[in-house]
Design a binder for this molecule. Structure first.
Ligand code: B12
Ligand code: SF4
Ligand code: SF4
Length: 343
């Protein structure tokens, strides 16, 4: 008996290096009310694009009319590597491009198999899709209390991507159970107490938002709580028992850490403050860390030095306190005050 197109499509995705693949039918998003409530509470902070695309996110048929099904894939980014100043997901090559290229290659394969009139569209955080909702629907995991999608045999250290197709495919069973039970480790461990309730994150307090998405000044009361986190945060994943049991050694060479990004926070912070615009452009070409922009990374570096620096960082911080970028000046002035207080 020949395998169905669905089975061959999923096998092809796994053959291309994805770790999981499942199929979902497109339609109204079940968790849309939760998403609406989250926006209404202002939990998205300055991420205005989430609000702008809200209506499109509520029904997966809206972003690209004509599409009927989605192949949803995941790709692991390790998890066993030591914690560091840069979240694991961003230490190597930018995942968006890498996964998108693979999904495009998968679309070309599907066209060869199914017919050249097949149309499709790849998404890796590149469109108005609630990816975790879609992935749950494709059977790939449940929404943890930390809001991450967790798979019972893989944990949560993986990215999500999707290939939308204008084909009616047989869907997989949605993931219907929930396996957090009475555990609250992620809620208790969050350095900034960013969870409003289990499963609801106030992004405005999340270190990932503060160090990556926020363009302006980090609120003063949260600065010391950033600790050594210079870009992103993995705390609510590290403490999760599902990751402690199932996190893997990084298997995708493209995500291997670039020099200095998995090391010491103080050294990296000093390097960032000393780096010229040209050096920054060369060092972070093709990296997801560019999302924070140069001034954002320098702001974060100054704040980290305020938390872990000492007297011999004063000179670099004084220089940064005259930076052309106001956010860097402000962060450096705060850091100088913190170091001064220790003496
Ligand atoms: C905006 C965004 C952020 C924001 C907000 C995060 C958040 N929790 O909402 C910030 C900048 C803080 C962020 C941080 C991170 N992010 Co992010 N982020 C996104 C993005 C672009 C949109 C998420 C979104 O729409 N949030 C709005 C909320 C309401 O939606 P949601 O969290 O998906 O929640 C759903 C369910 O939990 C459920 N739900 C929500 N509330 C409730 C309440 C109840 C009662 C119920 C029943 C259900 C429910 O409904 C929601 C809608 O479907 C997605 C990519 C995408 N297009 O989906 C990546 C994405 C979610 N991020 C990702 C990653 C890796 C991270 C970080 C781990 C990065 C890091 N190490 O720093 C952290 C994790 C922080 C955390 N605890 O969430 C991955 C997650 C993969 C996974 N296994 O889940 C995604 C999917 C990107 C990708 N393509 O792989 N992120
Ligand atoms: S990523 Fe860090 S700051 Fe954000 S919710 Fe998780 S533990 Fe809290
Ligand atoms: S730490 Fe516990 S509560 Fe949080 S997501 Fe993991 S299992 Fe769920």
């Amino acid at each position: 008996m020949t395998a169905t197109f669905e089975a061959r499509l999923k096998a092809q995705a796994l053959g291309m290096g994805f770790d999981q693949a499942g199929i979902a039918t497109l339609g109204a998003v079940e968790s849309a009310p939760a998403f609406r409530a989250w926006l209404a509470a202002g939990h998205h902070g300055e991420m205005a694009y989430l609000e702008r695309g809200a209506a499109l996110r509520e029904d997966t048929r809206r972003p690209e009319p004509g599409m009927r099904s989605a192949l949803v894939v995941t790709l692991d980014y390790g998890g066993k590597e030591p914690d560091g100043p840069v979240a694991r997901y961003a230490r190597g090559r930018d995942y968006h491009r890498l996964m998108w290229d693979r999904l495009e290659a998968l679309l070309s394969w599907a066209r060869r198999e199914h017919g050249s009139d097949l149309t499709g569209r790849a998404y890796v955080d590149t469109g108005p899709i609630l990816e975790r909702d879609l992935a749950r629907r494709a059977g790939l995991g449940w929404f943890g209390k930390n809001t991450l999608l967790i798979h019972p045999e893989r944990g949560s250290f993986f990215f999500i991507g999707a290939l939308f197709l204008d084909l009616e495919l047989a869907p997989d069973e949605p993931f219907a159970t929930e396996h957090c039970g009475t555990c609250t480790r992620c809620l208790d461990a969050c350095p900034t107490d960013a969870f409003e309730t289990p499963g609801v994150l106030d992004a405005r307090r999340c270190i990932s938002y503060l160090t990556i998405e926020l363009r302006g000044e980090v609120p003063t009361e949260l600065r010391a709580l950033l600790g050594e986190h210079l870009f992103g945060c993995d705390v609510c994943q590290d403490v999760c028992p599902w990751n402690q049991k199932f996190a893997r050694v990084l298997g995708e060479p493209a995500f291997a850490a670039s020099p200095g990004l998995a090391g010491d926070a103080r050294t990296l912070a000093r390097e960032l403050l000393a780096m010229s615009a040209e050096e920054y452009a060369a060092r972070f070409a093709g990296s997801a860390m560019k999302r924070a922009k140069r001034e954002g990374l320098r702001r974060n570096a100054a704040l980290v030095l305020g938390n872990v620096g000492a007297a011999d960082d004063v000179e670099a911080l004084e220089l940064a306190s005259h930076d052309p970028e106001p956010v860097v000046r402000d962060a450096a002035a705060w850091a100088l005050g913190m170091i001064d207080r220790q003496q």
